[in-house]
Design a binder for this molecule. Sequence first.
Ligand SMILES: NC(=O)CCC(=O)C(=O)O
Length: 291
Amino acid sequence: MTHGRVPLLAKKLKIALLQVAPGTSVSANLTKVEEYATNAKNIYPDVDLLMLPEFFNSPYDVAKFREYAEPIPNGKTTKFLSLLARSLSVIIVGGSIPELDGEKVYNTSVTFNVKGELIGKHRKVHLFDLDSPKGAFRESDSLFPGDKATNIALPSFGQIGLAICYDIKFPELAAIAARKHNAFAMFYPGSFNATSGQLLGRSRAIDNQIFTVLCSPARNPDSGLYPAYGHSLVVDPFGKIIAEAGEGEQTVFCELDPEVIHMARESIPVSLQRRFDVYDDISVNAKINED
Ligand SMILES: NC(=O)CCC(=O)C(=O)O
């Protein structure tokens, strides 16, 4: 039942999150992604969209980003993802990779349609800098930040917002996607830690009454100061976790159902009760990625 409203999501979107653990060889990492993607399509032939984690093609190591960085769209990993999307006839939200643009390195996510055409690109806006008693891990030592919010039109489905990992701690990007573009979901390739991923995914879903989709690398306790936690997850617009991985390498399947958005919004009309006479609507003047 849509109660006469324009649906944000035109039909159910069937997704698979590929929670792989990248090693130091780009070729081996891409081979593994191809195996997981092909398996996902075999297990679930109707799958519409595959998603990958942050830095799925290389180590999450601030000292190595430049060594592994590739141009977009002419680098090896971007071409690989384009071909994979076309050969499996799926949308691919391509996690993130270190991108080389001139002298600068970015943490960048690329999305492809079923024909293998690039339909979205996001550069991580908020770089993750950690100072802990065990040491420092500062993305800003070797990466440049992006400077725009990203919205992507998924043909036949609707609009999504896309941001990368630590970007989730800044609720503005999800609010911009939901309010300015009527996005039905935020997609966050990430490498979340044990305490924050679930809480943040649920918070952004509830704030905006949208789905949130977080795809993490599998846990690798030997991967340095900042090992990923795994636990890729999907949260519905009520804030309920509807799919979650464990720590290891695996694929998580899930369906995003437009009806759940309508139910959430009709039960509590958050979007109609905002008080822009009391505070500003930050989505109005947002800088949006047109790439
Ligand atoms: N890769 C990241 O941006 C990590 C962010 C994170 O774990 C957090 O707590 O935020």
